[in-house]
Structures are given as structure tokens and as C-alpha cells.
Design a protein around this ligand. Structure first.
Ligand SMILES: [Zn+2]
Length: 312
């Protein structure tokens, strides 16, 4: 069954026929040589649960051409020109392309022209590629998160480093959101930081968040409390901390934000409220904020709760 028969995409059906790309939004059908992929009948023969993002280390046109040479031994379903967003489909989604160890059987592989260590992907390329990923989320019910929409480098068993540090996951995930439209901002609160045995559970402070909080003495060593929240969508988030205030608290409690920046807060004041630590652009998936104890000794740091509010 072709994907264009899905209700969500039926609007495109009239322009499709056998032998064309799965999506009419892909500009050209440039089939890979049959020696470079495995015939299959997915999603019946095997489920499609992943979309894998690649960079070519060259041009998309060059990749599509290489996939037609049996010397390649590799292929991908799609290749997008990194400057124009022009799309080559090289393998039908029903078939198994060879692009990523441990994800070929259950994945759709998308190549992008350009180089892993170069910031060379235009917005239009992200947009066109995200349209394809979004359709996989809708039609094959690929989970819309960073555990299922992955970079080649993120899949265990692979030594490749693509799509690399410049791939804009925040933007890409926002564009391939299968729900579409505007995402309503919301709070992601973690009230149960992960701590070592050196942290003590407190319950007596009236201005605590929830049932309890953790605290420990400041010391010149690494023993941070760690909060983790799993964000459904990428975007800009306000990151705030809640503590119970007191004169024995540190005036320089060092919070470490998801991007690694450290922000010092005075826990002797402003207890019982959300205090903004910073605003950051975060990708969907797990994000962590930490509270270090490594600051001026003679006080305690209080690890109560962290709130991510967004995307804004
Ligand atoms: Zn790759």
C-alpha cells in the first residue's frame, strides 16, 4: 500500500502513480540499484519505527547517483539538496535501504547534502526534509521524539558522526511535529532530583514544593543533584528553580543549565516560588539541570524542584 492513500495525505493522491516517490512532494524518483537495498513490503514485513538523519559528506545529487552503482553497497530512501531542499527519492519506503546499522530494517533513511562539520543546511532543506519525517510519524506512527527521530551518530553500533554539531534539532523537530500548528506552552516540573547518599531529605520547610526536598552541605567536590524532564517538543524554554529559603542556605547556589552554563542563586531569599535561571533553546527529549554543592563552604544548597516552561 502506498503512503499517499493515507487519509492525512489523501489530498496528494491524484498526482501519484506506481513507480513514483512515496510522496509527491519529493521532486524526483532516481531509484537505487537493486544490489544496494533489500526488497521488502514494509510496514507489513517489518514495522517502520525510526527516521534516521544523515549528512552525505558531498552533494545529494552525488549520493543519489552513487546509490545507482553496485560498488556503493549503501542507499537511503531520500536525499535532500542542502541549499534548495530539492528531493531525490532513491528507495521506496516499503523496501529496506542500507544506511544505518541496527536501523535499516525498521527505519527510513534521509540523507542531506553537505558536510557533517559544516553549517551548510538551508532552512528550506530542513523544511522539506521535516515534511517527509512528519509524514512518517503520521503514516507509520513513528513516535515523535528524539528516541525515534535520530541522527546516524546516535544509533548504537555506528561509528559515523553525522549529521554533526550544526544540525539544528530544535528547528527540525518543531517542523516535523505531526500535530502541526501551534504548540501550547506547558510546564515540565521535576520535583524528585537524583542525588547521592550525601544529600538529606527535608520536609519541615513551609515554603517547599511538593512533599519534600533534598539538601546537603556545600563542599569543594562534585556531588550534584540532577533533575531530568522529557520535553515533547523543541523550542525556547524558561528554566526556573524552586527552593525553600533560609539563613543557612548558600547565597551562591550553583545551578548548571542544560547547555552547561552555571547560574548562581541566593537561596537565603525568594523561597517558595519559581525563580528564573535562564531561557534556553532546547531540543525535544530528556533535558537535565543540576545543582552543584561546589561553592562557598559553611552553608547548605537546597534541591527542591525545576520547571521547564515552553516552548515559547
Ligand atoms: Zn550517515
Amino acid at each position: 500500500m502506498k503512503r499517499f492513500l493515507s487519509a492525512a495525505l489523501a489530498v496528494f493522491a491524484s498526482s501519484c502513480f506506481a513507480g513514483t516517490p512515496d510522496l509527491p512532494s519529493c521532486d524526483s524518483w532516481q531509484p537505487a540499484a537493486s544490489c544496494n537495498y533489500q526488497n521488502a513490503s514494509r510496514p507489513t514485513s517489518s514495522a517502520i519505527n525510526y527516521v534516521i538523519i544523515h549528512k552525505v559528506e558531498g552533494s545529494a545529487a552525488g549520493a543519489a547517483s552513487w546509490f545507482q552503482n553496485c560498488a556503493a553497497g549503501v542507499s537511503a530512501h531520500f536525499a535532500f539538496n542542502n541549499s534548495t531542499g530539492y528531493c531525490y527519492q532513491c528507495v521506496q519506503e516499503a523496501d529496506i535501504a542500507w544506511h544505518c546499522i541496527n536501523r535499516n530494517t525498521n527505519g527510513v533513511g534521509i540523507e542531506h547534502g553537505g558536510y557533517t562539520n559544516t553549517n551548510d543546511v538551508a532552512t528550506v532543506c530542513y523544511d522539506e526534509s521535516a515534511l517527509e519525517t512528519k509524514s512518517c510519524c503520521i503514516y507509520y506512527t513513528v513516535a515523535y521524539d528524539r528516541s525515534h527521530i535520530q541522527g546516524h551518530s546516535e544509533v548504537p553500533g555506528n561509528s559515523h558522526t553525522d549529521p554533526g554539531p550544526y544540525w539544528n534539532w530544535t528547528y527540525y523537530m518543531s517542523k516535523c511535529n505531526p500535530a502541526g500548528g501551534t504548540i501550547t506552552p506547558k510546564s515540565y516540573i521535576d520535583d524528585t532530583p537524583a542525588v547521592s547518599a550525601n544529600w538529606i531529605t527535608g520536609t519541615s520547610a513551609a515554603d517547599k514544593y511538593g512533599a519534600d526536598y533534598k539538601y546537603r552541605s556545600t563542599a569543594a567536590l562534585s556531588d550534584a543533584a540532577t533533575w531530568t524532564s522529557t520535553l515533547a517538543n523543541g523550542g525556547s524554554y524558561d528554566i526556573s528553580a524552586w527552593w525553600s529559603a533560609g539563613t543557612n542556605r548558600s547565597a551562591t547556589a550553583p545551578y548548571i543549565l542544560p547547555n552547561g552554563a552555571t547560574v548562581s542563586k541566593n537561596q537565603q531569599a525568594n523561597g517558595g516560588a519559581w525563580n528564573l535561571l535562564g531561557t534556553q533553546s532546547l531540543g525535544a527529549g530528556a533535558q537535565t539541570t543540576k545543582l552543584s554543592c561546589w561553592t562557598t563552604t559553611g552553608f547548605v544548597v537546597v534541591a527542591d524542584a525545576i520547571n521547564y516552561y515552553g516552548p515559547k
